[in-house]
Write a protein that binds this ligand. Structure first.
Ligand SMILES: Nc1ncnc2c1ncn2[C@@H]1O[C@H](COP(=O)(O)OP(=O)(O)OP(=O)(O)O)[C@@H](O)[C@H]1O
Ligand SMILES: [Mg+2]
Length: 418
């Protein structure tokens, strides 16, 4: 028996299904996990994997992508439909490391991926991390906490506010769940104009209150309502008041909001000031827009270094390459190379569209859903969504949900024909 450490204690009896058409690799992984004290079973093809999964109800599935017959994406999708594995952790084992393939994995409902070849240590860590997460979620069963998405760039003008506004509106329209946009751009927030809203109270007013006065009801009273249903916590309009916004206040406010809202999108200012750090700490996901120029990339590298030293996991940060200018920018691959971090979203330059959206207070994502730009933003909203929302068909699917899932289906069909 292996020594019982904290992590292993958690997962001693966890059931893991290893699916790989390579007998050798499956055997190796089987051995490595068995030595860790897990119960392990192996399947060499999709249909067998589904059969075992249905009967055995594994806690975690390690799933190879490239298999003859039914590929890993398809197996993953089917497992999400099975009651036995709807909530299992699924880690894809992929020898392809392109963004498209990782994206396809997440779209199919995977929780994580490991790129082949991998080290035993990485496998064990990822498996343990997923099982811990699953336990944590089970502990909060029935009460899924809201997902905090903090939009941040150390450099101004990269598109933080545009991204925050559009993702917040998009999440509202995609899920028809309670969503808040929290404007933490200091000293003055500008999202109100982008939504054509005039909130009665804002963050500056909240900062006048003492921390022990603040509770969910009080915060609720500060929220304005957008026509899409999105709730909006307005940014400070007074630089003097904004100086009283503390990290404590932000942690409190976000803590309360995540109890009652499915998504909280936070727009931030371009510094590591304590309130911004509080929003970065609280984030489940950091969206970091960069423009495709060397200075933006340098500033991005500096930010990633800070995140690393704060102990944020690498996949907490999603890089967004935003072409705020039209020509002579750095290629996506080059940016990824310099930053050692994938770019998961590229926003093409759209002359006039973004500034016009700001001027008229109508977010781009509410525009013509047939346009490639809106479709791209909608797909990005899907990828930002909580697995718990993505996994199941909503009782009353929204138009956006229908469009996004339809596009995913078409992409799958195109891929199958290749
Ligand atoms: N893809 C794009 N194509 C063209 N213009 C864009 C694009 N994205 C953003 N813009 C424009 O760039 C400017 C900056 O965008 P935005 O205000 O969202 O960025 P920010 O990071 O919040 O800036 P700030 O420093 O003011 O906080 C705006 O005028 C916006 O219209
Ligand atoms: Mg801004």
């Amino acid at each position: 028996m292996p020594p019982v450490t904290g992590y292993q204690e958690i997962s001693l009896s966890a059931k893991i299904l290893v699916v790989d058409d390579s007998q050798l690799l499956a055997k190796l992984v089987h051995e490595q996990l068995r030595r860790e004290g897990y119960q392990v079973r192996v399947a060499h093809d999709g249909p067998t994997a589904l059969e075992i999964a249905e009967a055995w109800e594994p806690d975690l599935v390690l799933l190879d992508v490239m298999m003859p017959g039914m590929d890993g994406f398809e197996v993953c999708r089917r497992m999400r439909q099975l009651e036995a594995t709807a909530d299992a952790s699924i880690i894809m084992l992929t020898s392809m490391s392109s963004i498209a393939d990782k994206t396809a994995g997440f779209e199919a409902g995977a929780d994580d991926y490991i790129t082949k070849p991998f080290e035993e240590a990485e496998l064990k860590l990822r498996v343990a991390a997923q099982l811990r997460r699953k336990r944590m979620l089970a502990g909060q069963a029935g009460h899924e906490l809201g997902r905090v998405i903090t939009v941040f760039s150390l450099r101004g003008g990269a598109g933080c506010s545009s991204l925050a506004v559009n993702m917040a509106v998009g999440l509202t329209l995609m899920w028809d769940l309670p969503v808040v946009l929290f404007d933490l751009a200091l000293p003055v927030g500008l999202c109100d104009v982008m939504l054509n809203l005039k909130p009665r109270y804002n963050l500056g007013d909240l900062a006048e209150r003492s921390i022990d006065e603040i509770d969910a009801d009080l915060i609720e009273g500060y929220l304005a309502q957008h026509e899409t249903g999105l709730r909006f916590f307005g940014g400070s309009t007074d630089p003097a008041q904004s100086e009283r916004v503390t990290d404590n206040l932000i942690s409190y406010a976000l803590g309360h909001l995540r109890e009652n809202y499915a998504y909280i999108v936070v727009d931030t200012s371009h510094s590591f000031a304590p309130p911004v750090l509080a929003a970065l700490d609280a984030a489940d996901k950091i969206l970091m827009p960069l423009t495709p120029d060397i200075n933006s990339v340098r500033v991005g590298a500096a930010s990633l270094k800070v995140f690393d030293s704060l102990g944020y996991p690498e996949d907490k940060t999603t890089l967004v390459l935003n072409w705020t200018f039209s020509k002579s920018g750095l290629a996506t691959g080059r940016v990824e190379e310099v930053l050692h971090h994938p770019v998961e979203m590229v926003i093409p330059h759209a002359e006039g569209i973004w500034s016009e959206a700001i001027n008229v207070g109508r977010p781009v994502i509410t525009g013509d859903p047939e346009s490639p730009l809106v479709a791209m933003l909608e797909d990005a909203v899907w990828r930002l969504s909580r697995p718990v929302d993505r996994r199941r068909r909503p009782a009353a699917p929204t138009r956006m949900w229908q469009r996004v899932t339809q596009r995913m289906k078409q992409r799958r069909e195109r891929q199958a024909h290749k």
